[in-house]
Write a protein that binds this ligand. Sequence first.
Ligand code: XBP
Ligand code: MG
Length: 248
Amino acid sequence: MAFQALVFDVDGTLADTERDGHRPAFNAAFAQAGLDWHWRDEEYRELLAVAGGKERIRHFCEQHDPAFLARPDADEAIAALHVDKTRRYVAYAAAGGIGLRPGVARLVTQARAAGTRLAIATTTSPENVTALLDACFGPDATSWFEVIGAGDVVPRKKPAPDIYTWVVERLDLRPEECLAVEDSAVGLRAALAAGLPTVVTQNPYTASDDTTGALAVLGDLSTVTLSDLSTLHDTVHPGTQARPGPTS
Ligand code: XBP
Ligand code: MG
């Protein structure tokens, strides 16, 4: 096996969570707070350029409701909106509202059987990841992923490399010993900036994203095997070996 760990993005990669999961949860939180904001599908596609829910709300306010940001309690108000949004998203995911994208379950099963280590690098909140994994894979699933980097564990979200660097350090691997699976330009830039070879699996929101630098660009993972990924990885890092352990 040429690479040691598969590092998955979550939103748009493991599952199509955005249009019918995150977006309606944001909108319901806005309505609950008495705000007349409503993110329609097309607008949300553009808002996805900003990763992170709190950051996305702030960006929206800068463009459409600067008076909201001028409130002395703007930070707290955004945080409260995001808490409510997260509660709604978690309930939806936990109830089975979101399924895995094609090929994801098979690839994860293959990786586990082959002893390939699994990790997650996402900008979304940790509770969202747990709810999704539990609902889609079963109650043990979070333990399958050795490192889960999510949300605010790093100050700078994608496209900054920070979340990938955080995950790779905790795996105690070199970036080139990992393979990232991403869906978007924002995620691809983050993974590449951290030095991870990256495969892109696109979805309707990201189909026209810039994929420069990707090892491969796929419609989904339905026909991809672990062996295919290994071959792809080998094209850029032939014969990558595990780092020697500490000498005694
Ligand atoms: C996608 C995101 C996230 C979610 C919202 O993350 O940008 O911000 O849309 O999540 P990724 P929160 O593709 O890295 O998984 O509201 O919990 O921030
Ligand atoms: Mg994504």
